[in-house]
Write a protein that binds this ligand. Structure first.
Ligand code: 4AD
Ligand code: MG
Length: 464
């Protein structure tokens, strides 16, 4: 017998041979006529499959009648035309096997709507709800679209280390990796730790970005990208920050900032296009339940050109606005979320790329412009979410890079290999990083980034 997914069953033409479907009970209705309607979902799509269980089934009274939300079953029977409304086909069960019960007294996902806060405590079960099932499927679709985009353009998917001695962003937001006896060291109380004794013989951390190593690979393979987890011990308790998040980082040799911006724009459009065409059912759900108009907004993004403005102009727009901002808007300050939202939502009503930021607020690796005070950085900003992508043309001039390191307090000795890339066959190159959860958040309209990753890690919270 053929075992098929709910998604496949829903597409079958009625009157087929018996098939087997398996899933979790969402609802059950018992009819007075002595039969029951059971709706099951198996994660293959948003919609459930209705199973009609006749009273003549051998375990009808002993087991089927007792089924409730959350139970897992396997059902066998033909897919037939449905008599009821709301579905075109249903499975007329010839056999139902109960695989796992779920005590209705304690099963936490009863039919009523639960708040996202409540569901966060139930991350092990929440993928069974419509919203989180859809989030997981959207993540999957977007992941595939990311690979498709780069693979179609001759990029090589490369794997950069997760454990590293480097602090790419220079922000000091690092999670230390150690096998030292920290309790024992703390007990001694002299405050001195000899990291030469540590597992790797030096200080190591979880990576904040794969960029530096990706640069080395781009300067050999031409076009590369990474797509992996990154970690930031940033004490930001916001709806946009995670301590562990996934980042997509392309790195391209023989590329300048303009080409980098072109790539970022084409990339975003491509993954959104793939999502809208392959994820219609889930996107309809987000449009109806989470963020009204999101499908239209995304469609418009495909059709429009991203505005590109230098940082100078962004500052002028902020200063000329009559809005009261919490953070300063004078030249030299970093753009805060409130500024990014004003520019994208109120001024341009769409994605905006801001480029040429002050060198003082950006990391050591960015290419210094001729004005000496700005670097070739670019951020892609979108409504609601703010910064989705951060990227730059990299400094490829040995002396300038070395001077920038010294200026930023980065020891050139420790970055010898990185400087080598400028010592031997240096080329202009550029890249960017897309925060994958920010993208998922943006396209689904989910308000909190904790609800677009299955098991979120945030300050003071690492459940599951
Ligand atoms: O702007 P960021 O810090 O850039 C870099 O790490 C570069 N090395 C990337 C590169 O050029 N290869 O981070 C890139 C993106 C941000 O635009 C944002 O979308 C996301 O990563 N991001 C976060 N997402 C969730 N939680 C956090 N704490 C994030 N920090 C950054
Ligand atoms: Mg950034």
């Amino acid at each position: 017998m053929e075992t098929i997914l709910v998604r496949e069953a829903l597409q079958r033409s009625p009157g087929s041979d018996p098939v087997r479907v398996q899933g979790w009970v969402r609802t059950k209705r018992d009819s007075k006529g002595g039969f029951s309607f059971i709706e099951i979902n198996d994660g293959s799509c948003m919609k459930g499959l209705q199973i009609v269980a006749e009273g003549s089934l051998e375990n009808y009274t002993s087991e089927v009648l007792a089924l409730g939300t959350g139970c897992s079953i396997s059902a066998v029977g033909p897919v037939v035309e449905s008599q009821g409304r709301g579905q075109t086909v249903e499975l007329r069960a010839e056999r139902i096997q109960v695989l796992g019960g779920a005590d209705p007294e304690t099963y936490p996902l009863q039919k009523k709507r639960h708040s996202f806060e409540f569901l966060r405590q139930l991350a092990h079960l929440r993928a069974r709800t419509n919203t989180f099932g859809a989030v997981c499927r959207v993540r999957n679709l977007l992941s595939r679209a990311v690979h498709d985009f780069f693979q179609d353009r001759d990029f090589h998917y490369v794997h950069t280390p997760l454990i590293t001695p480097m602090d790419c962003e220079g922000a000091g937001e690092l999670f230390r990796v150690t096998t030292l006896d920290v309790e024992g060291i703390a007990g001694k109380g002299d405050g001195k730790v000899d990291f030469a004794e540590d597992f790797f013989g030096c200080s190591t951390y979880l990576t904040v970005s794969g960029q530096l190593e990706a640069e080395a690979l781009a300067c050999a393979l031409g076009r590369v990208y990474t797509f992996g987890p990154t970690f930031r011990a940033e004490n930001s308790n916001t709806a946009r920050h995670l301590s562990e998040f996934w980042m997509v980082e392309p790195e391209i040799a023989f590329c300048d900032l303009d080409q980098d911006m072109d790539l970022a724009e084409a990339f975003l459009k491509s993954v959104i296009d793939a999502l809208l065409s392959k994820g219609q059912e889930d996107m309809q759900f987000f449009d109806q339940r989470i963020q009204s108009g999101i499908v239209e907004t995304l469609t418009q993004i495909l059709e429009s050109e991203f505005r590109r403005i230098p940082y100078d102009e962004a500052i002028r727009l902020l200063e000329d606005s009559s809005k009261e901002f919490e953070y300063p808007t004078t030249w030299g300050n970093d753009l805060q979320t409130e500024h990014e939202r004003y520019i994208t939502e109120e001024v341009f009503q769409g994605p905006v790329i801001v480029y040429n930021y002050p060198s003082a607020i950006k990391p050591f690796y960015m290419y210094v412009n001729d004005d000496g005070r700005t670097v070739r950085a670019m951020d892609v900003l979108v409504p609601r979410t703010g910064e989705l992508i951060g990227g730059s043309q990299r400094e490829d001039r040995f002396e300038v890079l070395k001077a920038r390191m010294e200026e930023k307090g980065v020891d050139p000795e420790e970055y010898g290999w990185y400087l080598d890339l400028r010592r031997y066959g240096s080329v202009p190159h550029a890249g960017f990083g897309l925060g994958f959860e920010r993208l998922v958040q943006f396209v689904t309209g989910m308000a909190n980034i904790r609800d677009v990753i299955p098991f979120p890690r945030t300050p003071k919270s690492a459940l599951f």
